[in-house]
Design a protein around this ligand. Sequence first.
Ligand code: MG
Length: 377
Amino acid sequence: MRITNVEPFVVWGGNRNYTFVVVDTDAGISGVGEAGLTWKEQAVAGTVEHLKQFLIGQDADRIELIWQSMARGGFFPPGAIGMSAIAAIDIALWDIQGKARGVPVYQLLGGLARDRVVCYPHTVGRTVEELIESCRQHVAEGWKFVRLGVGGQGETFEPAEAVRRCLANFEAVRTALGDEVEIVVDFHTRLDAPDAIRLCRELEPFHPFFVEDPLRAESMQGYRLVRQQTAVPLAVGEQLASKWEFRQLVEEELMDYARIDLCIAGGITEARKIAGWCETHHIKLACHNPLGPVSAAACLHMSLATPNFGVQEMPQKPHTRLSDVVPVQVDWADGYLLPSSRPGLGVELDREAARRHPFQMQPAPQLRRLDGSFTNW
Ligand code: MG
């Protein structure tokens, strides 16, 4: 089964662009993958075009050899842009494998390690009252988790103010929802160690399921400091682009939940290796899934087949977006994603629909401190 074509589709989804890749074979079987790295979509699609020349004619059954050839070929390390392109192609190759054998991808990964996958949705609210209402709505729909984001106020972000606001919001949400609902809080790599330590220590009495990405991600050294001074579980890694970048976090046990983004960190092939390595350190999987329906499906298959699983991100229910471009999406009920018996990933991309929603240039959001200096969005 030889690869005959590789085509990237950057699709405007109404709120952001989504990068899909379709791989065709001479067996008449096609697979679809998705790449991460929002605001760098054209660079990722360009890298797919660079890889296409090598890929055409390759044996689609040899996923590991193709992965190694893409990741280590061309002399220069791929970086996050290259690994995102590789991720989408790799996910498409697993989709093809499943379809060729008539089984879901989770079956290729060892079968169902669980019957269903619990997920956390994103809540919204400009005030604490709106936030509590959003959380209550999600719980009423059946979600078992809620996720609180901690953004700036307008275009500014002051760490001390954000920590105070987060602590007040978290306590209010915990009081409103009780102890049965799990709450995760995402600081989106916006803090330095002293603020992160204060945040984590003061959240301890309210039992967060985990605190996600409290620290800037350029260096993982900072997690040594945070780790020593709090008992709160930490979830880290959504910006990391390979097993090599996860190495220190795993080997020094600096996190409790690995936020592997399959669409940035080299696809299913690389995520499987990271997950297995995490298992030997009692670190659980909490796949980063802020993207489109193909990402959601790839994460679902990983979560279904991986023994050391915690929770999967699922910002909204399936079919909230891109129902015309990806008319077959994952199945959700009562706060869980469910396995399907559909071969491959179990999702389908409509190429004509994808072409009807071309890429739109969108500036990346920016945040400033009150003194005008830059701070992470
Ligand atoms: Mg996050």
